[in-house]
Design a protein around this ligand. Sequence first.
Ligand code: ADP
Ligand code: MG
Length: 214
Amino acid sequence: MIDLKDVTKVYNTVVLDRLSLHVDRGEFLFVTGKSGSGKSTLIRLLTMETAATEGQILVDGRDLSKIKKREIPVYRRSLGIVFQDMKLLEDRTVFENLAFVREVIYGRRRDTSQRVASMLSFLGLSTLHKRYPQQLSGGEKQKIVLARALMNDPAILLADEPTGNLDPGASAEVMDLFELVHRRGMTVLVATHDLAQAGRLRHRRVELAGGDVL
Ligand code: ADP
Ligand code: MG
């Protein structure tokens, strides 16, 4: 599903150094490592926010170096992306925030409300549907950000420090939703420095250090 072959990324210094990594379809992988070890860089390579200096990256069989700049937005829509502190639209309810991401792509459709309702229900978030973002706790916000990331049926879910600003209880609740989504068959890659969360769920972990996996 995700294949990195000898991927090197150089900014001012070498961040990733001939990194090879394979993630199977349906797998849940944690990428850990100290601050500065390249976790976010790895995620940004996969979202095509930046390009590898050397090496090959395949996502769902597609060689990212073959994707043209103008095709990047379309490619990104095949991914579910969750970052720390992602913004919701403050002047719209939870329901409208989720409906919005589908309407941007598909236009107004009769099934949008149904889709939003079933996503909220699946994640156990139905009671939040009329709330505005400022009426949500940090953990609830991240759950809605996750729900939003799933609205377009991505093939892969990528997350960079999705529990970055949350206390342990809220972090566990958010990660439990990632687990729920994974059990439905989603390929999930979570970059986190939070070893407590990475350890709590029993999935494969790779640690980045010195530009490579330990
Ligand atoms: P992590 O997410 O594991 O903390 P990052 O991938 O954010 O690590 O950063 C890895 C290294 O790459 C750091 O030394 C950081 O300073 C450097 N880096 C990240 N992004 C850039 C950039 N856009 N320009 C220059 N250096 C960068
Ligand atoms: Mg980071």
